[in-house]
Each structure stands twice: as C-alpha cells, then as structure tokens.
Ligand binder design. Structure first.
Ligand SMILES: Nc1ncnc2c1ncn2[C@@H]1O[C@H](COP(=O)(O)OP(=O)(O)O)[C@@H](O)[C@H]1O
Ligand SMILES: [Mg+2]
Length: 581
C-alpha cells in the first residue's frame, strides 16, 4: 500500500468517477451486510408466525417483494460501482502509459540502447496494465469489501448485544482474525514470484519483437526452428512462474472458507446451548458469511497489491531514470547558428573504462566540408553524434559558435542540425509526410525541391501513388537506396546550418552517388558539413579531412596533404582504389 502512495496522484485526475464508485460501494456494503440479514431476522418470522392467524395476501406479497428489491439495490449499486471503477481504471492506465511514453522520448539514447526494445515495450504495456488492474481493484474492493464487512460486523454486534449477550459474537468472530494468517502468508509468497513473472513476460515480448524485426535473417539462415524453440522455452518459463503464483493465490479462498466453516460450526454449538431461535441463528450465519466474503476478497486484493508493486518496480526503472541529457537551467538563447564547431579535448566512452574517443580536439569553422575517415570502429559515428548531443562527453567540451552544446536548449541545438544517420528510419506514413518531418512548415514546392536535390523526385513520381505512397514500417516497402535518398531530402529540407551525413550515400550505386555529389556541392555552400563516407570520390573534395584511428584523430589536412604525409590515409585510399577497379 505504502509502495503505491506516490501513484495516488493518478486518482486525482479521476476524482469524479472515484467518488461515484465509493458512493455505490457504500450502498453495496450496506445492502449486503445489513439489509439481507435484517430481512431474515425481522421480516420473515412474522410471516410464518401463525399464532395470530394468517396475514392478508397483500402483506405477504409486499414482504416477498422486498427480497428482489434488496437484491436489485445490491445489484445496481454493485454494477455502478464496478462501472465507475473501470472508468477510473482505464483513465489511470492512460495517464501512466502516457507518462511512461513521454519519459522514453527524453531519456538519453545510451539508456535506451542498454535495454531491449521488447523489454521496454513489455514494461510500458504489460506492467502498466497490471498496475491499472491493481489500482482499480484497490479502488473497488478496497472500499466495497471493508464496507460490507463493517455492515455485517455491525449487524452481528447488534444481535449479540440485544439477543444473546456479547459472548456469542466473540465466539463467532473468533475465527475472523485467524484468517489474517493465510492472507499474509500468501501475500508474501506472491510478492516474491510476481516480480519474476513480470520479468519473464518481458522476455517473451523481447523474443517476439526481436524475431519480427529479424524476419529476413530468420528465413535466410534457416532459424525458424531455433527461434521457435527459444520462444517456446521463454513461454514455458512464464507458465512455470504463473503457476507458482496460482499455487498460492488459489489456496487462499479454500483456506478462508474452511476457517469460516469452523466459525459457523462454533456458532451452531453455541446457539444450540443457548436455545437461540432459528431466525436469529440463520441471520447470524448469513451475516457471518457476509463477513468472510470480504475477507476473501481483501485477501485476493492483497495478492494483487503485491503484483502491482512488482509491476511498479519495473515501470519505475524507466520513470525514475535520470534524464541526463536535458535543457540547462539557464540556457543561452540562440536563433540560427553560424556553424563553427569545435571539439576541445573530448573524451567519451559508452561503457566505463572502454574509451571510444580519447582527447579529441578539432576546429571546424563554419562553411567547412569536413570528411571523417578511418577504419570501421575508429569512432567516426560517435564523433558526429556528439555534435547534436545525442551522448554526453565524459570530459572536454563540444562547442558551436563558441557555446558549449550543454549550454543550449536541446530544441535550439538540434533545430540547427540535420542528420542523415547510417541506418535512416522512415515512419510508416506517406513519403510526403516523411519528407515534411524535416521541417513542418515547408511548402509543397520546397518538399519537392528537396526531393529533386536528393535525386528522389523521379523515382517518387514513378511510384503508383507518388508522394502519397506509404513506405511501410521502418520504410520496408522502399529499397535501401530509395530510403537513403528520402532521408537525404528530409535533411536538405531542414535547411540547417550544420549537416551530418553518416554513410548517407552508402546504399547508392556510384552513378547516383556521383549525381548527389554534384547536388551536394550546391547545397553545402555556407554550411558546416560532416561527411562520413567510404568512397574517396566523396572525400577528396572535402576542405578538411579528419583521419580517425582507435578513437584519436591521427591526422588532419586536405586530401593532397594527407596522401603525402599520412600512411594510414594513404593505405585506406589505396585499398579503396584497388577494390574500385
Ligand atoms: N551504442 C553503443 N554502445 C556501445 N558501444 C558502441 C556503441 N556504438 C558504437 N560503439 C563502439 O564504439 C566504437 C566506435 O564506434 P563508431 O563510432 O560507430 O565507429 P565508426 O563509425 O568509426 O565505424 C566501436 O568500438 C563500437 O563497437
Ligand atoms: Mg559509423
């Protein structure tokens, strides 16, 4: 319970439905705990008491009518209580999911890359759903059942005082506190296993999403059997832990029922000894039953609370993760940047003690076309990713126009940068919509011009629906080269002073690449451009080339200078010339 307290804030947004739910819960408790036993105790006996002659039929009908009426009131209040609880529940779920999703948008990439997407998916869908279930059960049974218990207990007390003395109640209630033991025992067992079960559910989801994203590899490498058996064992493990929970949770109800039978037996013996009348006895038994039912339900609620707490732990891993890459408290206000980029003694590591960039310094004045070359894994992509602050430097600083990137609002910084990543992703929408992501206020003419510049316009027009063609999930319905050209056009459209092209033309044939080279010459005028490319046809024309080797900048210069003086550069160049032949 205490564990869930911070989340009671979600109740605040659904105050209306919660108040309605509680009102009907009270009504439900009163009709169950008091009205039904009262019927038996006070209404029925006069009917069967013939000492004063038979009652008129009308009176009997009236009294008989009271029975369905009492049940109807109980049913309606129970129904409305459940309805409003459900309403509150789905709204709470919506709010939690939204908070979770919002958090995923701002968390650093490094955090997202440390988790599998299936795991994050499962936390956001399955665990939030468990939490919703817990919170609504709490709002529902947490009020309704104790109310029924109180009503029934009140009735019992009253009977005891007015009829047979206090003793009878004490005896009949003797078994009630005993039920606390099985409830607590089971609760502890469930708590331990619930966390494990939710984690396994995450595993199953991970397998699922990984398998779907690797559909091609599965077929190419004949992994169908292997994948299925891996998935089967993840499912089997889930079943095992689900059953471990069921083993305890399902034992609770029978245990409480046996205990309540003991209570009833005790009442019977005592009532017989005291010469209690039948109607009093039956009404007490009913009231007793009305006591045990809520105890059973509260016991089940206790299990749910444990499962909710376990789900919450998993959600909080994301909700409580610090947003390390965020807007500074006092950001420097900037509009359009010029694009003077500088790295000052920058070091960076994805994992501790495994430096990827070591003491890197470089000055790239505005308007420079800067090529990054080096063996794969040397740190080129990492270097480029530090400019839009996708990751945080470990030491040193990255500046643009003299401002540390950490001093700028993230929105301001990234508005000034257009990135075409190594593996560009398109959204499952039309080509036009995907292009317009580059700049929301771009006109149709500007979008088409950007597509022309990226040599995408012609192939787009030839598609059956032209610019309105849907590209499929992650752009699966267009070819790799087409996807790259759309991604390039999207970046051109941004008209940002800094352009980062990370192997942005790698999927193009050499003719298309040569054509884009021409277009780039025009487009990059006045911009700071970082180009990571393997083809030296692209690199040769750069005004400045940075040669990366094992996380350091081994040399800087123009093509002619480096070819002359840098053996690594020359060997990279010669290897490429050979393979190009
Ligand atoms: N997200 C990541 N998490 C951990 N290590 C990474 C990550 N991205 C890249 N690396 C590692 O950092 C090094 C540099 O990678 P990268 O900058 O992509 O090289 P390049 O672009 O020059 O091929 C490599 O050793 C790579 O394994
Ligand atoms: Mg790379």
């Amino acid at each position: 319970m205490r564990r869930l307290r911070p989340y009671f804030k979600y109740f605040r947004t659904v105050r209306g439905p919660i108040v309605a739910a509680i009102f009907y819960a009270l009504l439900f408790g009163a009709t169950s705990g008091v009205a039904l036993p009262s019927l038996i105790k006070y209404v029925f006996p006069p009917i069967f008491d013939r000492t004063n002659g038979a009652l008129p039929l009308g009176t009997i009908a009236l009294i008989a009518g009271a029975i369905p009426l009492a049940f109807l009131l109980r049913a309606i209040s129970g129904y409305l209580n459940s309805y409003y609880t459900q309403l509150a529940g789905v709204r709470i779920l919506e709010a939690i999911r939204l908070d979770y999703f919002r958090k995923l948008q701002v968390l650093p990439l490094s955090f997202l890359q440390s988790k599998s997407s299936g795991d994050l998916l499962s936390r956001g869908l399955a665990d939030t759903s468990q939490l919703q279930f817990t919170l609504t059960l709490l709002a529902n049974d947490g009020v309704k059942q104790p109310m029924q218990l109180l009503g029934a207990l009140g009735f019992l007390m009253w009977q005891a005082f007015t009829q047979q003395g206090v003793l009878m109640v004490l005896i009949t209630l003797g078994a009630v506190p005993l039920t606390v033991f099985p409830v607590r025992y089971v609760g502890r067992k469930v708590m331990k296993r619930a966390a494990r079960m939710q984690a396994q559910l995450g595993d199953v989801t991970s397998h699922f999403s990984e398998n779907l994203s690797a559909a091609r590899e599965v077929r190419a490498f004949g992994l169908e059997e292997r994948e299925t058996s891996r998935f089967a064992s993840a499912c089997r493990e889930l079943v095992t832990s689900q059953m471990k929970i069921a083993k305890y949770a399902q034992a609770l109800t029978p245990a409480i029922e046996v205990l309540s039978a003991v209570g009833i037996a005790g009442t019977l013996i005592f009532a017989y000894g005291r010469g209690v009348q039948l109607e009093t006895f039956i009404s007490v038994i009913l009231a007793l039953y009305m006591c045990y039912e809520p105890i059973k339900k509260v016991g089940a609620l206790n299990n749910e609370l444990k499962r909710g707490a376990a789900a919450l732990d998993r959600i909080e891993v994301v909700l409580h993760e610090p947003v390390t890459i965020a807007d500074p408290a006092q950001p420097v206000a900037v509009g359009r940047l010029r694009g003077d980029v500088a790295f000052e003694a920058v070091s960076f590591a994805y994992k501790q003690n495994e430096p990827v960039l070591r003491d890197v310094s470089a000055a790239i004045p505005a308007g420079t076309v800067c090529a990054l070359v080096g063996p794969s894994g040397a740190g080129k992509t990492t270097f480029a990713n530090l400019v839009p602050r996708f990751y945080e430097v470990a030491s040193g600083r990255v500046t643009i126009d003299g401002h540390d990137v950490r001093a700028l609002r993230l929105g301001d910084l990234r508005r000034n940068i257009a990135v075409v990543s190594q593996d560009p992703v398109l959204f499952n929408d039309t080509i036009y919509a995907n292009l317009q992501l580059g700049r929301a206020d771009a006109s149709r003419a500007e979008v088409e011009q950007a597509a022309r510049d990226a040599f995408a316009h012609d192939f787009i027009q030839k598609l059956p629906h032209g610019y309105d063609t849907i590209v499929g999930e992650r752009g699966a319905l267009v070819s790799g080269g087409q996807k790259q050209r759309i991604a390039l056009a999207r970046a051109f459209l941004r008209k940002a002073p800094i352009l980062i092209l990370d192997e942005a033309t790698s999927a193009l044939d050499s003719d298309s690449e040569a054509a884009i080279q021409l277009a780039l010459k025009k487009l990059v005028v006045g911009k700071t451009v970082f180009i990571i490319a393997h083809r030296f046809s692209t690199i040769r024309d750069a005004t400045k080339i940075l040669v990366f080797d094992h996380g350091r900048i081994a040399a800087t210069g123009t093509h002619a200078e480096l070819f002359e003086a840098n053996p690594l550069y020359r060997s990279l160049y010669e290897r490429q010339q050979m393979s190009a032949v």
